[in-house]
Structure formats: C-alpha cells, structure tokens
Design a protein around this ligand. Structure first.
Ligand code: PLP
Length: 385
C-alpha cells in the first residue's frame, strides 16, 4: 500500500522511484561490503551505522527533540495496540507510585483503527474510558466531534490515545487534541506520519506501521519520550497485573538501539532510503504542501460534482485517504472498471465501508492526482444527462 492507488502502466509516475532504483542498484553489493543487505549480519558495524543514519534522518525530518528515542520494532500497528497498554501503564506506575493499580486510560474513537485499539486495551484488562465514539454520537465515522463533546478522565488518566488519520474512513484530526499536558498523549500515525509537520514535544508516544509513508510492512516506528521508558521487570507490578512480554517492551528496544534481536533489516534499510529521499525532496515542509494540493484537487472535484459525495465533514477530511461515494451507487462499479482500464488501481473503498477511496500517500505525485481528477470529470460527463 506504499503508493496508495497506483499507476501500473507508467511506474515512473510514482514519486519515490529513486528509492526503488537505489535499492535495486545496491542489492548485490551493499555499501561495498560485497554482500547484499539480506546477507549482512545485524551485529555488523555496517548495519549499526545504517540504523543510526535512519534515526538521524528521521530526527531531522520530524525535528524530534533530544529527550525522545526512536525504536524500529516489528508487528505493525496492530502490535502497538497491545504494546501501548503494557508500556504506558508501567510508565504511569513508575511516575505515580501512589496511583490506583488500574488507572483509567482514555481512548478517542474516531474510526475503525482507534476502535480496534480501544478493544485491545479492554481485552488486556485496562480500565478504558471512551472519550468520544463518533459512531455512537453520529451514527458513522464521518468527523472528529468537537472537544466540547469529549469526556476526558482528567489528570489521573495513565494516557490519552487517538488515531491521527483513520485510514479506512478518511477522517483526520486537523489539530493535536488539547489535553492536560501532564498526561502522556499517544498517537497512531500509521497512515499520515511524515505527511505534514508535527510538534513531537506534544506527545508521549508516536507510532506508525511503516507501510504507508515509510517503507515495507513489518517495520514499526515508535518515537517515545524517554521518561516513559520503564523496563520489562522493574515496574512494580500491582498484584495481578500482567508482566510485559519482552518483545513489546519499549525500553528493551531503546537500550539496544533496536538491535536486541534480529530486526527487520531489509525494511529498516528501505526506510532509511525513504528518509534520505524525503530529505532531498524538501523534507516534510514541502511534502505537506504537495499533500495539501493533492487533497484539495480531489475534494474540490468532489464538491463541485453532482454524482460524487464526500461523507466526511469538511474540517475532518483526510489528506491521505480521500473517501467518497458515487450516486446512484450502481455507478461505483462502473467507475472502478473504467479506472482499472486506465491502470488506476486500488481505488475501491475498504470492505467495511464501501464506496471509493483514493489513498494519496507521500509516494503519489500531484500528477497522479491530476490524472485521476481528469478521469473523474470525464466519467461524470459520460454518466449524466
Ligand atoms: N492503524 C492504522 C491507522 C492503520 O491504517 C493500520 C493499517 O492499515 C493499522 C493501524 C494496522 O496496522 P498493521 O496492519 O500494520 O497491523
């Protein structure tokens, strides 16, 4: 899913092709080692240098402050649904020794991914407070309800969790939630990390599965404020509280520079190439501008049309996943068929919501969006009287 909807016929239309070409060119001989990156030991100096360079470039791209660590973990976003619970509850016990054994944890549910994260926290036995649930409030995940409707637990919560961009529903926060600064804010940025500037200092934990804007699936980037690192055994676990599995423990990975066990080396390598490419492109500042233009072109086209309809409220529309419906609904199938004939693929909405979804991640250039817009306009003309 790295590029979003893809142009198969003209691969050069993909913006990050230099990354793929570089990987191809050095596939048999990585950095004059005479070996492929796939043959290299993760204990080698070369690989450690690679990890450090990747961290340095990501730090630069997101202006990550000194008191944060970057971890390259495995298991995707879903594994983080569990890791967050274990680690942040332990951090709360460390920072607030007299707090209740099972403090409240706050979840904002604005789409299907945050819903899954909250479900996992509850399944692990956390004391989950639902701050908002858009589906319950509005019937569907089509907005981020205003803060006046939120029910935060306040300063005693162990953390507040939200998903910045709901990939399936096309709902994105336009600002960082304004919460008690003493409570760690945890965010899932799997589908919009590096797409726009972000003030890292507002967060306790930022995590992202790599496969949208970073690199191959499997790698999961975690950016964590150091005071929240605890260690797998040191947390004075209250009676009955589950211990943390070692591989989910943030401090274990932090202490070993993400080399505690064999990391997903190829994925980290490609991520490093993407960071280098993005720096050369003009960093997150230029990417944000490109993404803003890409999204605006599509939403403009939708709003001007008589057959395309965005169901997401204007201020909450995602700049990464543009979801829309076509009326009459029978046209959706025709639209997808026509798109595929032009090699515009992967435009079908997620099976849980239907409709159309144009995922326009960082690797999709503005020209790709322009082509899609041209097709949309032609399709509307051909299908209206
Ligand atoms: N969170 C978000 C916002 C996602 O888009 C996804 C997957 O698409 C996930 C979590 C789950 O990630 P994974 O499939 O890497 O477990």
């Amino acid at each position: 899913t790295t590029a979003g909807f893809a142009h198969q016929a003209r691969p050069m239309a993909r913006q990050a092709v230099p990354v793929l070409l570089k990987a191809q060119a050095e596939f048999l001989d990585y950095g004059n080692t005479g070996m492929s990156i796939l043959e290299l030991s993760h204990r080698s100096k070369d690989f450690e240098t690679l990890v450090n360079k990747a961290k340095e470039d990501l730090t630069h791209l997101l202006s990550i402050p000194d008191n944060y660590d970057i971890l390259f973990m495995q298991g995707g976003g879903t594994t983080q649904f569990s890791a967050v619970v274990y680690n942040l509850l332990a951090a709360h016990r460390k920072l607030h020794p007299s707090a209740p054994a099972n403090p409240l944890v706050d979840y904002l549910i604005t789409g299907s991914w945050s819903a899954k994260a909250a479900e996992e926290a509850a399944r692990l036995g956390a004391n989950v407070n639902i701050v908002i649930n858009t589906k319950k409030l509005r019937g569907a995940y089509t907005s981020v309800p205003p803060a006046s409707e939120w029910r935060l637990s306040g300063p005693d919560a162990a953390y507040v969790y939200y998903c910045d961009n709901e990939t399936v529903d096309g709902v994105e926060f336009s600002t960082v939630p304004d919460i008690d600064p003493a409570v760690p804010l945890v965010v899932d940025m799997s589908s919009n990390i590096l797409s726009r500037r972000v003030d890292v200092a507002r967060f306790g934990v930022i995590y992202a599965g790599a496969q949208k804007n970073i690199g191959p699936a499997g790698v999961t980037v975690v950016i964590i404020r150091r005071d929240l690192l605890v260690g797998p055994n040191s947390a004075a676990s209250p009676e009955g509280a589950p211990l943390r599995p070692l591989m989910l423990d943030y401090k274990t990975h932090a202490d070993h520079n993400s080399l505690y066990n064999t990391p997903p080396m190829f994925g980290i390598y490609i991520s490093k190439l993407v960071f280098e490419w993005l720096k050369e492109y003009g960093g997150v500042t230029r990417m944000e501008e490109t993404n803003r233009r890409k999204a605006r072109r599509l939403y403009e086209t939708i709003d001007r049309s008589a057959i395309y309809k965005s169901v997401v409220e204007r201020e909450s529309r995602s700049r990464m996943n543009v979801t829309f419906r076509i009326y009459p609904e029978a046209l959706e199938k025709e639209f997808l068929k026509g798109a595929e004939a032009r090699n515009y693929v992967q435009l079908k909405g997620h099976r849980s919501v239907g409709g159309i979804r144009a995922s326009i991640y960082n690797a999709m250039p503005l020209e790709g969006v322009e082509e899609l817009v041209t097709y949309m306009i032609e399709f509307e003309k051909a299908n209206t009287k």
